[in-house]
Unconditional design. Structure first.
Length: 301
């Protein structure tokens, strides 16, 4: 969204062990902690937040598991020996990524290997850690769909493995309950590279048609409401029907292209965006009776 202030501390670990050290260092000093991935789904308040932001951007790593690790938790940094022949993807269709890997990079790596299952992430910005925490995705699939397990640092500061069944991810909720995501392992389906590519291209075309992808935004502001309560209308459809497209506060505006997006027309403050979010939510509630819930995270100071 390109708004918001600063944090007193920013830590950028480069490995899972450093990530844990960062977490423990902040805990030992009794400082409040927040986790930051790509920031695609966060609207931080203006001003300075007196806490520690742990950012995973430097933890960009994608790899395939070494042969013979079928039953292990292969999230460690083992470099395959140059002499180790990697099995064809048909034999081991797993892909591993650390928290700071961007979702587009993960999707491209799968495509290049001829692995299918992550195409639904086409056009979704952000990183693996934030994506797992949010269960990012949409109509064509979510990030957790093919995840075999996720490694987290739990509230006690220990590494812990969570299977999909244990996390029980739901719509825009990865079920990690505030644990710090370290990385994940996906079990994908071998498929011809060109078929995967075509699918991604089709989804991207659709996204570009309906979303303001070239503007500064935080993606969808509201979660889609319960279909029964909203008579089947999505959050975007509700905002649109209330006539709120184009509503502007400061330089923040409800997108003309997609009513569930707020865009920064240049120079907006977080305060402009917060006020507009509240205004839209209140007007929708008054006129339709549907209470919309924020999908984006507001980081208050
Ligand atoms: C143009 C645009 C289009 C978008 N389209 C979609 C879409 O189609 N579908 C969709 O689901 N989302 C969409 N989004 C939202 C966003 O891309 C996703 O929510 C994405 O997963 C956010 O990843 P991130 O790394 O940027 O997370 P951030 O925004 O940095 O963080 C999001 C949340 O995850 C937490 N978090 C971050 N890293 C970690 C970690 N390592 N461990 C634990 N918690 C962590 C943060 O504290 C925060 O609560 C869109 C956003 C934009 C700007």
């Amino acid at each position: 969204m390109r708004v918001g202030g600063q944090a007193r501390w920013l830590l950028e670990p480069t490995t899972p062990e450093e990530l844990r050290e960062a977490y423990l260092a902040a805990r030992e000093r009794d400082l409040p902690i927040r986790y930051l991935g790509g920031g695609a789904n966060i609207i931080p308040a203006d001003g300075v937040w007196e806490g520690v932001v742990i950012c995973t951007t430097q933890m960009r790593r994608i790899f395939r598991p070494l042969p013979g690790t079928e039953n292990d938790s292969p999230l460690e940094e083992d470099e395959p020996d140059a002499r180790t022949a990697m099995p064809p993807v048909e034999q081991d269709p797993r892909l591993i990524a650390w928290a700071g890997t961007t979702l587009p990079a993960l999707m491209r790596a799968a495509r290049d290997l001829g692995l299918s299952g992550l195409e639904g992430l086409a056009g979704v910005p952000g990183q693996v850690g934030g994506g797992i925490a949010m269960n990012a995705g949409g109509t064509w699939g979510d990030l957790w769909d093919h995840a075999e397990y996720v490694q987290v640092i739990n509230h006690g500061g220990e590494f812990q493995t969570l299977t999909r069944e244990e996390a029980n991810p739901t719509y825009r909720n990865g079920g990690v309950h505030g644990s710090l995501v370290v990385g994940a392992v996906w079990r994908l389906e071998p498929r011809p590279r060109l078929v995967v590519q075509e699918q991604i291209a089709e989804y991207l075309r659709h996204k570009r048609d309906v979303q303001p992808v070239t503007e500064s935004s935080a993606g969808c502001i509201f979660k889609n409401p319960d279909k029964e309560k909203s008579e089947g209308r999505s959050a975007g459809a509700l905002v649109d029907q209330m006539g709120l497209k184009g509503l502007t506060i400061g330089a923040a505006q409800v997108s003309q292209k997609h009513a569930n997006f707020i865009i920064n027309n240049g120079g907006a403050t977080a305060s402009d965006v917060y006020q507009l979010m509240d205004e839209v939510r209140d007007r929708v509630a008054q006129k339709s009776g549907v209470e919309l819930e924020f999908e984006v995270k507001r980081w208050l100071v």
